[in-house]
Write a protein that binds this ligand. Structure first.
Ligand code: GLV
Ligand code: MG
Length: 310
């Protein structure tokens, strides 16, 4: 699984940003042809992106291009020009505003044709599906299961809030008047279930108040706590917060590694299934939970500071 704690949006129409993004510590960059690019700049943006992918140094980052959605006239040329021009330098395409599984099947088929024509490995380029309206959310289970290329579902809060008429203009914040609970809980959980049913990652979308890092952190914590793998960043100042919020704490990481080590010792050396680690009872389910936290900690580059002694 690729690390996607921070997913940096980069407008394809801006060569300066395409250059700068290469130097930033985001886990993923997506070079955008959709809503951050004006209609009259779309064609030029395709060429900029092909050049940036071919000639840039993106080492250590997952490289993604967001094409335009299937209700526009641009999608097919976006896919053909980007993948023919720079398919070897690309990890995934992101399809926005996905409404049902046939859209993913379309993209999968087109990718296969281009890969065959170009002599690329068939099936190597993955797909990220952005869920940004009511229809997409209701169809999320089928979308998540529609192609082996799918790597992640991505929440698009701005378009989504417009789609359901949520009564606020501040993306990601609670709508005034809804004082009980979290207005996003159902949406986030629905996406999480659909994604995990098919072993996909699930990524939270943008927070547009880019000066408000505390606000970013608060909103990011909400999806991180539920189990999301990462969140978009629109500005370099949000990257550090995302990488931190979507990595386990040192304490949780140490604890997870201890559970794995202790459980392994007691089940294999002492042949016992439910055992005590300090004051805590651990069993096979604890091991599964610990595996998740340990894997995220290792991917984030954390090092152990505690060892198990029987
Ligand atoms: C992102 O595309 C969003 O609509 O929030
Ligand atoms: Mg959107």
């Amino acid at each position: 699984m690729r690390s996607r704690r921070s997913v940096l949006a980069v407008p394809g129409s801006n060569p300066k940003f395409l250059q700068k993004a290469q130097t930033l510590p985001a886990d993923e960059v997506f070079l955008d042809l959709e809503d951050s690019v004006a209609p009259l700049a779309k064609e030029e943006a395709r060429a900029n992106i092909v050049t940036a992918l071919r000639e840039g140094d993106w080492s250590g980052k997952t490289r993604v291009v967001r094409v335009n959605d299937l209700t526009t006239q641009w999608t097919y040329r976006d896919v053909i020009e980007i993948v023919e021009g720079a398919g070897e330098f690309l990890d995934c395409l992101m399809l926005p505003k996905v409404q049902d599984s046939t859209e993913i099947v379309w993209l999968d088929t087109l990718l296969t044709q281009i890969e065959k024509t170009m002599g690329y490995d068939v099936g190597r380029i993955g797909i990220e599906a952005q869920i940004e309206n009511a229809r997409g959310l209701v169809n999320a289970d089928a979308i998540a299961g529609s192609s082996k290329r799918l790597e992640t579902l991505v929440f698009g809060p701005a378009d989504f809030m417009a789609s359901i008429n949520m009564r606020t203009l501040v993306v990601g914040e609670q709508p005034p008047g809804y004082e009980e609970g979290d207005a996003y809980h159902y949406i986030l959980m629905r996406l999480l279930m659909a994604a995990r049913m098919h072993d996909l990652q699930v990524i939270d979308g943008p927070y547009l108040q880019i000066k408000d890092i505390e606000g970013y952190r608060r909103v990011a914590m909400r999806s991180a706590a539920l189990g999301f793998d990462g969140k978009w960043v629109l500005h370099p100042s949000q990257i550090e917060a995302a990488n931190e919020v979507f990595s386990p704490s040192q304490e949780d990481y140490d604890h997870a590694e201890l559970i794995l080590e202790a459980y392994d010792h007691y089940t294999s050396v002492e042949k016992r299934g439910a055992v005590m680690l300090g004051d805590e009872m651990i069993d096979e389910a604890s091991r599964k939970m610990a595996l998740v936290v340990a894997a995220k900690g290792r991917a984030a580059g954390l090092a152990r500071t505690k060892r198990f002694t029987p």
